[in-house]
Design a protein around this ligand. Sequence first.
Ligand code: MF3
Ligand code: CO
Ligand code: CO
Length: 293
Amino acid sequence: MSPVREHIAKGHVSPRRDVPASIARPEYVGRAVATEWTGGDVHSAETIERIRESAKIAAGALQEVGRHVAPGVTTDELDRIGHEYVLDHGAYPSTLGYPGAAGRPPFPKALCTSVNEVICHGIPDSTVIYDGDIVKVDITAYKNDVHGDNCGSFIAGEGSAEAKQLVEVTHEAMMRGIKAARVGREVNIIGRVIEKYAQRFGYESVRNYTGHGVGPAFHTGLIIPHYDAAPMHDDVIEPGMVFTVEPMLCMGSQDSSEWDDGWTVVTNDRSWVAQFEHTIVITEEGAEVLTLP
Ligand code: MF3
Ligand code: CO
Ligand code: CO
């Protein structure tokens, strides 16, 4: 008989994995806070080409890690696979050493693994994946001074009809949000579209964690909500802007708590969550997804 999944609990975190000295680190590694980005979110064609390469590496890493999501595998093993993939492509895994909130430790791993009721920022550890789990993998690559960020939800084994629907609807919500990102509109259109679609299925779209400008900084300061935030978040979408769209949809209530590890965010009612994330660039014709393998 296969073991029954209970609530997700903290496991053992393995020692920090090495990064060769030949791989350039983002400025925040080893510092208490990331330097605030003041360069805006519209980038030159040359910068966008560099982001394109980082995004492609992140997407390849996500695909490779996703292939290994299966019952019996630990989330630490997923981290090892993602870590090695990113290094093998000459990039640095952006989450490794990313500063936490004041007084909290930096993120210790190369990717986030957020299982079932974990909304986001789960730390890879000795937790074993069970049949039917939803495993969110969020991985970011830094190369040539820029980041590309993406996330996917993978079901271990077959999965329940409920889990499959949540994952499919979350992906579709992200894609609808991306298609709504057109020049001249306010960024709040994106969340409006995502939340409306989620509500059709009775899902809540998480408000406390958002998309963000990305590129020369991991998080530039630009916020992309996944709910209808109008009249707030009225930044106008322009050609050359690069940001993420990364909705988290929840089967139950999105009320959440953070573990005392300073990172892991779980739903209070333990309802399951799915997430997808792409890094996109805005063109006159619409949004182009950069996080494709
Ligand atoms: N990749 C996540 C995002 O989409 C950020 C993770 S920060 C970490 O913004 F420190 F938790 F890894
Ligand atoms: Co991410
Ligand atoms: Co992101």
